[in-house]
Design a protein around this ligand. Structure first.
Ligand SMILES: [Zn+2]
Length: 666
């Protein structure tokens, strides 16, 4: 990936020189504003929550709008010349629409249609997304200006016109941030670890506060802001959750804007061996809209849960202000304002004119465990929504009379349980109205990187034994031929590039399809068709067809609006029951690896039978778009020699983010 970006960077760098010439000669280069990631564009859509930008299904299977490589991410491909979807998207995971591009929006020139504005915007985008270094961006600007191009004169003057290269990055971002209307950062003390000494210490760390960002959006576009409120016509699946919050807080529900928080660790460029732990949020009524950065920290600086709790305490405080509906009178610690809070002091007590609530937290199981002390899949008790375990409350029992269905952990019961174990619940629970049920179970990690991979791996392992061929390798090739025939007809946007025996089953391990999430996702209908084709031939083969048919049924429900929760729940339960029956059958014949039921199957049951009926289709809160956004942040925040300090790394990213939304018309 790192090499790929470098190759792209060199190519785009050359393109820019060509572009400078075209610019000077009056060629009007149009940037593709539809690729813009800025928040203002999220308001330009009046679709339903499952609008064309949200993932929608074809083969089972989402017909994702997102296609293309880094050029497209950066909005550099002309619309009419979009690359053919097939070849470009083959190895990609599905993404959530144009906003999923992760590209850096409207910068500096405010999306001007003039050639000078477009030139400035293009150079800014490439620099802010780290495709061009500060030195390269300056060189392009300097050459362009010297050749008569307009729009980047201040970039050309950066670093004393190039005489002080150490100041280039600072000066370029400063130019891009000039007159930025977005709220400034909030500084808060958090504990971090020094990777050199491994000692913890306190640093002042930057945040973009949700209540300030939302107030800014509201002040600029109060009318459009109304579209974020839940109603019968707009995100109706969220009505009960918002009504609960409003009743609990004694607030008018029609003034409450629900938001979702996503957290995850994303690897920086491969050579750095570190990941970026980032937190971003979005409007729940716009599941496919742009994500808004809260803050991010390289993992090597994270002092365990202490750091995460300090970060999330700031988020929870912001949510408290959104519940109250007024600008705070003091800092999040209760202390008086600092000199850096001058503007905040002036606004203390002012009304927002709306309220906000946190009704979705999204992340994968590992993240929930690390940050919120949720149980591990390897623990005795595996679930945060019920008492299912590996002994007396059997997580493998999917019948309607299963004990775990009667032992639900409602309200704050799970948090009481944590305290009983000597663990403190996360500071995020200081957010008004936030409950454990608001922590979403994610389809991407639970199904496309979980139970669907297990089911397809077991199915393919069995099917390979039935196909023609003298050797197992030849029979795997026969299965691959069938898969390619399916691809030819279904044309899914994400495909496997090859199929090998080790992708189906590693020696000594249970079968599992080793693929990217998107590669697995679009094979669910293929799996159902394949199992049906081979279902004649005994009771076992007929049984294998049924879980695949039911999994496909659930997948078909996901993009269908309105979401048919009872139909999905029934199919999901049958899938789990049949999967468990196949494991029992295998165990009875002495095989302890086939159709092995893992804790993720229980999580799948929780998702389809309990979470989705409350929170809507899993497609409305899956993390495909979040993952794409996290990757963009990691690319933008990557430094050639790695980050030296926690706060400067976060500040670099936030400044790039703020500069990227500078042209936001909100
Ligand atoms: Zn459970």
């Amino acid at each position: 990936m790192y090499q790929y970006v470098n190759i792209c960077a060199r190519k785009i760098y050359l393109d820019l020189y060509v572009y400078v010439v075209l610019n000077i000669t009056g060629y009007n280069f149009q940037t593709d504003s539809s690729m813009c990631m800025c928040v203002s564009h999220s308001f330009k859509h009046t679709h339903t929550p499952m609008c064309s930008h949200a993932p929608s299904i074809s083969a089972h299977g989402a017909a994702m709008v997102w296609k293309g490589g880094i050029k497209r991410q950066l909005g550099l491909l002309p619309k009419a010349k979009s690359a053919p979807a097939r070849s470009r998207s083959r190895s990609r995971s599905p993404r959530g629409g144009p906003h999923a591009n992760g590209g850096v929006p409207d910068v500096g020139g405010g999306g001007s249609s003039s050639s000078s504005g477009a030139f400035r915007s293009t150079v800014s985008k490439l620099f802010l997304s780290n495709v061009l270094s500060a030195k390269q961006a300056h060189e392009v600007a300097h050459t362009g200006t010297a050749s008569g191009a307009a729009g980047v004169e201040d970039f050309s003057r950066a670093g004393a016109g190039g005489a002080r290269p150490g100041n280039l990055c600072r000066d370029l971002i400063r130019s891009m941030l000039k007159n930025c209307p977005w709220p400034d950062v909030y500084w808060a003390d958090i504990p971090v670890v020094d990777p050199a000494t491994e000692e913890a210490h306190i640093v002042s760390f930057p945040f973009l506060l949700p209540h300030e960002v939302m107030d800014h959006m509201h002040s600029v576009h109060a009318d459009k802001f109304q579209e974020l409120i839940v109603s019968e016509q707009n995100g109706s699946h969220l009505l009960p959750l918002v009504a609960d919050f409003a009743a609990e807080m004694k607030l008018p529900a029609h003034k409450v804007v629900p938001i979702g928080l996503h957290g995850d660790g994303v690897p920086f460029a491969a050579k750095m061996r570190d990941s970026l732990e980032q937190f971003s949020w979005n409007f729940c009524t716009r599941p496919s809209s742009a994500r808004v950065l809260f803050t991010a920290i390289p993992k090597k600086f994270v002092a365990g849960k202490q750091t995460m709790d300090a970060i999330l305490a700031v988020f929870a405080w912001s949510m408290q202000m959104l519940a109250v509906g007024t600008w705070p009178a003091r800092r999040h610690t209760g202390d008086a304002w600092l000199p850096s809070d001058k503007d905040r002091r002036k606004r203390a007590g002012q009304q927002f004119g709306f309220h906000g609530c946190l009704i979705q937290v999204r992340g994968d199981w590992a993240f929930y465990k690390a940050v919120f002390n949720f149980p591990s899949w390897a623990a005795k008790s595996i679930c945060w929504r019920c008492e299912a375990n590996t002994s007396d409350i059997d997580f493998k029992d999917f019948s309607l009379t299963a004990l775990w269905r009667q032992r639900r952990l409602e309200g704050h019961t799970f948090l009481h349980k944590l305290r009983g174990q000597g663990l403190q619940p996360s500071t995020l629970f200081h957010s008004p109205g936030l409950k454990v049920k608001h922590f979403m179970i994610d389809w991407l990690h639970t199904v496309d990187l979980g139970v669907a991979q297990d089911a397809l791996g077991n199915l393919f392992h069995e099917v390979v034994g039935l196909l023609p061929g003298d050797t197992r390798k030849q029979r795997v090739a026969a299965l691959w031929a069938k898969m390619r025939a399916f691809y030819k007809v279904a044309k899914p946007p994400s495909r496997l590039n090859a199929l090998t025996e080790t992708m189906i089953k590693l020696p000594g391990k249970p079968a599992r399809l080793r693929s990217k999430a998107g590669g697995c996702k679009y094979l669910i209908p293929f799996g159902a068709a394949l199992a049906k084709e081979l279902s004649q031939g005994g009771k076992h083969r007929a049984t294998v067809y049924n879980p695949m048919r039911n999994l496909h049924e659930v997948a078909l429900c996901v993009p269908t609006m309105p979401y048919d929760a009872p139909r999905a729940a029934a199919a999901g339960r049958h899938f789990c029951l049949l999967f468990a029956a196949l494991e029992k059958e295998a165990l009875n014949s002495g095989n302890n690896r086939a159709w092995r039921v893992k804790p993720k199957l229980h999580l799948f049951a929780e998702l389809i039978e309990y979470t989705a009926p409350e929170a809507g289709s899993p497609g409305l809160f899956w993390t495909y778009l979040d993952e794409s956004w996290g990757g963009t942040l990691a690319n933008a925040g990557a430094r050639r020699r790695g980050p030296k300090f926690a706060s400067s790394s976060a500040m670099n990213l936030i400044r790039r983010y703020r500069a990227s939304v500078k042209g936001d018309s909100l």
